[in-house]
Design a binder for this molecule. Structure first.
Ligand code: ZN
Ligand code: ZN
Length: 147
């Protein structure tokens, strides 16, 4: 698990190479941003942040970069409130809780939700990944809703 800037740099570069992707400044900037911002940002938010470092990164470049990182399995796509796609770096596997009222997205640790052993799958299938999205009301919104 990387801790300081240098370790993050090495980790990001290692992940890109392991996925067979060249290390480009844009890919590095997107992964680095997602690494330090675990807020599940939208593509627009990522674009704004990356553009502070690379003022020439076009919207298409940022979207293509996110697509490539997603295809390579380094970034996870999530469908948040209103169908807006949100992005998350895949440092360690985790699930998500999404509040349907305020759109809050919270990470849920895998070890706190063990469902893998009980999956009702056809025999012969091999599970490689499991992403659970729990939708509902967060504590704050629940208070408001229940008065
Ligand atoms: Zn909420
Ligand atoms: Zn997450």
């Amino acid at each position: 698990m990387p801790r300081n800037d240098k370790q993050v740099r090495l980790w990001v570069e290692g992940q890109l190479r392991a996925a067979g992707l060249k290390v480009t400044p844009q890919r590095y900037a997107v992964l680095d941003y997602l690494w330090s911002n675990r807020t599940h940002p939208t593509a627009e938010e990522i674009e704004a942040a990356v553009n502070q470092r690379f003022p020439c990164a076009s919207r298409a470049t940022v979207y293509n970069t996110l697509h490539a990182l997603h295809e390579a399995g380094l970034v996870q796509e999530l469908y948040g409130q209103g169908g807006v796609t949100r992005y998350d770096i895949k440092v360690e596997p985790h699930h998500h809780f999404i509040c349907r009222r305020c759109g809050l997205i919270e990470d849920v640790k895998v070890e706190r939700l063990s469902v893998k052993a009980r999956l009702p799958l056809q025999s012969g299938h091999r599970v490689e990944e499991l992403d659970v999205v729990i939708r509902g009301l967060c504590a704050k919104c629940r208070k408001i809703a229940e008065g």
